[in-house]
Design a binder for this molecule. Sequence first.
Ligand code: NDP
Ligand code: SOE
Length: 259
Amino acid sequence: MDLGLNGKLAVVTGASKGIGLGIARGFAREGANVIVTARTRSAVDEAAADIAAEFGVEARGVASDVATAEGCEAIVGAAAEMGGADIFVSNAGTGSNETVMDAPDEKWLDFWNLHVMAAVRLSRGLAAQMADKGGGAILMNASICAVQPLWYEPIYNVTKSAMMMFGKCLSAELIDRNIRVNTVNPGLVRTPDWENTARELKGDRWEDYLQEVADEHATIRRFASVDEVADFCVFLCSERASYAVGSAVHVDGGMLKTV
Ligand code: NDP
Ligand code: SOE
């Protein structure tokens, strides 16, 4: 199936590792040029160089903090220099661990900036480029926690839920400009982050711990590989998914307990 992505420019935040890296590699595999962003300069440069070498596309690393307005502006500027974005995936993010009664306002605001304002600011800047090019696609990488909370991370749950609603509102506003906006809600995805957390919590028993987490939460009883989620994201941003508008799609191995 030709996804029609050859020569497009895809911007993926948080793409130095984990799901974001998988998504950026997925676009490049289809012939799209990519902008790979994260805060760590060495990591984005290495990821971009590896992608360019492996897939023969143009790949550029942008080191910036998407939780700030300046960090988002740097990404929008880089995309303009490469001819304007066709696709944007708002992926940078991280989990939390707190109680509502103990977490200070600052923590709420930090996560709001990282999960919601990054999506708002980057969508605003990059959608203008897409409109100039005749259309495009935007994808929010939220989480199954946007619709089914894990109780230890209320700030994560709330900000991911807001991100999903932002995607819905934006989809109605942008469809007249031929820009489709959707959300993907992954369940458990085996990333370095999960593996490191498991090692910290359980030492040598870390793989058993990951299996216990999968058994408890996902009816499929395993984590997703990065590529199982990334391929889905690439498809949703392609013209093969041209009737998907304002949708939130769960890719969660059966983790959601309701219909
Ligand atoms: P990782 O921790 O593996 O990667 C996170 C990426 O985001 C890194 O590239 C990191 O690089 C970058 N990043 C973090 N903070 C910022 C920031 N302020 N500005 C710019 N870049 C930043 O995460 P995952 O791949 O596991 O998760 C990616 C997304 O998927 C997240 O939004 C997460 O909530 C979501 N998700 C993950 C699931 C999972 O099971 N793994 C399940 C459901 C959703 P650097 O630190 O250098 O900035
Ligand atoms: C519009 O130009 C377009 O090709 C969309 O139709 C696709 O879905 C997206 O991949 C990029 O932009």
